[in-house]
Design a protein around this ligand. Structure first.
Ligand code: 2AM
Length: 176
């Protein structure tokens, strides 16, 4: 069996914003809501690739490098609870066209290279809580953060000693 890595393309949150969201989460949700995602693990996945060999990783990185996509603003002003997956997420009410086309391109490239892509439509989100309780209360609307996305990255997901860690392997700048 060839060695594989569990990979995904995602947008990182600027570190100060990670902290701001963590502080907001601490004051707007009770601790009993679920398992909070660590600040460093907050990200928005563009395309999940699954377990990928190093050859396929190189091909997908080469294709990602060829993407010509301008920087765009990402506004976080929406939240929801997915009862089945027990996830509470932060998202956007009006996704920038750049965000949708970047995800479309990465997902299409992944699919063409044999990485299974869910038939569900892309729903841009940042997972805030896992194992969320069914009756979790969501904060009232009115929160809003916005930042410019000027790059995306390829991440490796590793699970060790009870913790999930996401390591950036390569960064891909968007056009300014
Ligand atoms: P999630 O936060 O909604 O679980 C790393 O696991 C990232 O890839 C997470 O952002 C996760 O989304 C996303 N992802 C998408 N499809 C996945 C899948 N089939 N298995 C695991 N993670 C997936």
């Amino acid at each position: 069996m060839p060695e594989t890595k569990r990979l995904f393309f995602a947008i990182a949150l600027p570190a100060p914003l990670q902290q701001e969201i963590i502080d907001w989460r601490a004051t707007h949700f009770p601790e009993t809501t679920g398992r909070p995602v660590a600040a460093a693990n907050l990200h928005l996945t563009l395309a999940f690739l699954g377990d990928v060999t190093s050859e396929k990783q190189q091909v997908l990185m080469q294709l990602a490098r060829r993407i010509r996509q301008g920087a765009f603003a990402l506004t976080l002003d929406d939240a929801g609870l997915w009862v089945r997956s027990q996830v509470i997420w932060l998202g956007t009410r009006s996704p920038a066209r750049g965000l949708l086309s970047l995800a479309d391109m990465l997902r299409a490239q992944a699919a063409r290279n044999g990485c299974y892509q869910s038939p569900q439509p892309f729903h841009p989100h940042i997972t805030l809580w896992r194992n969320a309780v069914r009756d979790a209360r969501l904060p009232a609307p009115g929160f809003r953060w916005s930042f410019t996305v000027s790059s995306f990255a390829l991440y490796e997901s590793q699970f060790a000693r009870g913790r999930t860690r996401y390591t950036p392997l390569a960064e891909f700048p968007l056009e300014q």
